[in-house]
Design a protein around this ligand. Structure first.
Ligand SMILES: Cc1cc2nc3c(=O)[nH]c(=O)nc-3n(C[C@H](O)[C@H](O)[C@H](O)COP(=O)(O)O)c2cc1C
Length: 279
């Protein structure tokens, strides 16, 4: 059975959930499979792992029809294929994903990988801010319904990966038009909103969680309060996971009913999972 490695980045848990479900499915199909959060890996680790794998899988959340910055940096460092390895790309999103997975796949075809599957999974929205009101994140039974709905698609993807069955989505005119349009604006949006993060010092309990979980190490305690640098990837992990919702992105987000924080998928979800590897 071919060896498969899954790499993922997840800001608030959705992509982790799919990566983990896919990992379990592929294991059930008797493949040797490993699953890694990209946050803990060195380039040397990845080179060694890729050399030993026949099939690579990459997962990320859609941010304006492309991947988050930590994932884009990871891809840039990613080694060239050594043995025409196959690659599958999956993306999680809330509403509109354009050609995201196919667009990211094209970076890998240029590195010598053979693009075998691209897939998009509709998950719970985590992006509901003043001026960006998609729809409110739900932390109740509706989240479980969404996870149940998406599971058969994960099972199908696992079968396709296992059987080398090609399945490409997003490579069409509509996908490219929507994707291209969204990608034009996303950097500006991330930079603008990234500068609006601040801590409500009346609410903050100084637990240090935000500083510990930030994937870009952009948060530090200075002059008695948490301050933000200029490396924010807008993953919303700190915003969603602050135990007292003291992190604000604009004054409007003080209203926690109007702007509820997304707490992540499933009752078992715990933020520490995101910064540790599945296996
Ligand atoms: C900065 C940002 C941009 C986003 N852009 C899109 C988008 O263009 N289309 C979409 O459908 N969802 C978008 N979303 C929603 C996320 O893609 C979606 O909730 C995803 O499943 C979150 O995955 P995660 O929990 O692994 O971080 C965006 C979220 C963020 C934080």
């Amino acid at each position: 059975m071919k060896k498969i490695i899954i790499y993922y980045f997840s800001g608030t848990g959705n992509t982790w959930w799919i990566a983990n479900a896919l990992y379990l499915q592929l294991k059930g199909l008797k493949h040797p499979v490993e699953c890694y959060s990209i946050e803990k890996l060195s380039t040397e680790d990845v080179i060694k792992q890729v050399n030993e794998a026949e099939h690579i899988v990459l997962g990320f959340p859609v941010y304006g029809s492309t991947a988050p910055r930590p994932m884009l940096d990871f891809i840039q460092q990613f080694p060239n294929a050594t043995n025409n390895q196959l690659i599958s790309i999956f993306a999680t999103h809330a509403m509109a994903s354009g050609d995201s997975a196919y667009y990211i796949g094209s970076f890998f075809t240029r590195k010598g990988y053979e693009l075998n599957q691209t897939e998009h999974f509709v998950m719970m929205n985590n992006f509901h801010l003043p001026k960006f009101r998609f729809y409110k994140p739900k932390n109740d039974y509706r989240l479980d319904l969404r996870l149940q709905k998406v599971l058969p698609k994960v099972e199908r993807l696992a079968e396709e990966i296992s059987n080398n069955q090609k399945h490409i989505i997003g490579n069409n005119l509509f996908g490219h038009l929507l994707g291209g349009l969204q990608r034009k604006h996303i950097d500006k949006t991330i930079n603008k909103l990234g500068n609006e993060f601040k801590v409500d010092s009346k609410q903050c309990i100084k637990c240090g969680r935000c500083e510990r979980i930030c994937p870009t190490h952009n948060i530090s305690m200075r002059q008695g309060t948490y301050q933000f640098g200029n490396k924010c990837a807008l993953c919303l992990r700190c915003y969603s996971q602050c135990p007292v919702s003291a992190i604000l992105i604009g004054e409007g987000t003080k209203n926690k009913t109007k702007y509820p924080r997304y707490k992540g998928p499933g009752e078992d979800f715990n933020i520490n999972i995101l910064i540790e590897n599945i296996k």
